[in-house]
Unconditional design. Structure first.
Length: 170
């Protein structure tokens, strides 16, 4: 059975849409990680590889392949990336809540990110911040607390003191 389809998105460009219903906590699919991007193996623009298609687990840069590279940002995401393995070699798209067939699957790009760039957000969510802040710790405090269960082990270890302080406030 096909798990997702890629088509035009109201958020931006192409998006990933559920091919059928998913329950809260259900794994939608394993992310297609093409490879690690390094100085010796840089992105190949002539092959359509773009920095926007990358993720940054545990200090690495990894290139996401089709269809997963088309998961768009939302300030009220219905899914997240569950990273497994010490180097986050395996990532699953997991439903945060029920996702209906035909619904666009979205992440909050600020989860498991620090020190990233900021850009305008036009996700259309009722709780849109208007900006993708590029840093989990620049999110509003209530959003940081909400997203605590979504954080990868490597991110928690890297930011141990800040995460502990957040858990004390939760």
């Amino acid at each position: 059975m096909q798990d997702v389809v890629v088509k035009e998105s109201l958020v931006q460009g192409l998006g990933v849409f559920a091919a059928h219903d998913y329950g809260s906590g259900e794994r939608v699919r394993q992310v297609n990680i093409v490879r690690e991007v390094t100085d010796d193996a840089p992105l190949q623009a002539d092959a359509g590889e773009r920095i926007e298609h990358c993720a940054y687990p545990s200090g690495k840069i990894v290139l996401w392949g089709y269809p997963d590279r088309h998961v768009n940002h939302s300030c009220d995401p219905n899914a997240y990336g569950l990273e497994e393995g010490d180097g986050s070699e395996v990532v699953f798209i997991v439903a945060r809540r029920e996702i209906g067939a035909g619904e666009e699957i979205t992440f909050d790009y600020n989860v498991n990110t620090s020190g990233g760039s900021t850009w305008p957000c036009s996700c259309g969510a009722a709780r849109c911040l208007g900006t993708t802040v590029g840093d989990y710790f620049r999110l509003p405090l209530d959003r940081q607390i909400e997203y605590l269960p979504l954080l990868a082990d490597w991110f928690i270890a890297k930011h141990r003191d800040r995460i502990a302080a957040l858990r004390d406030r939760a």
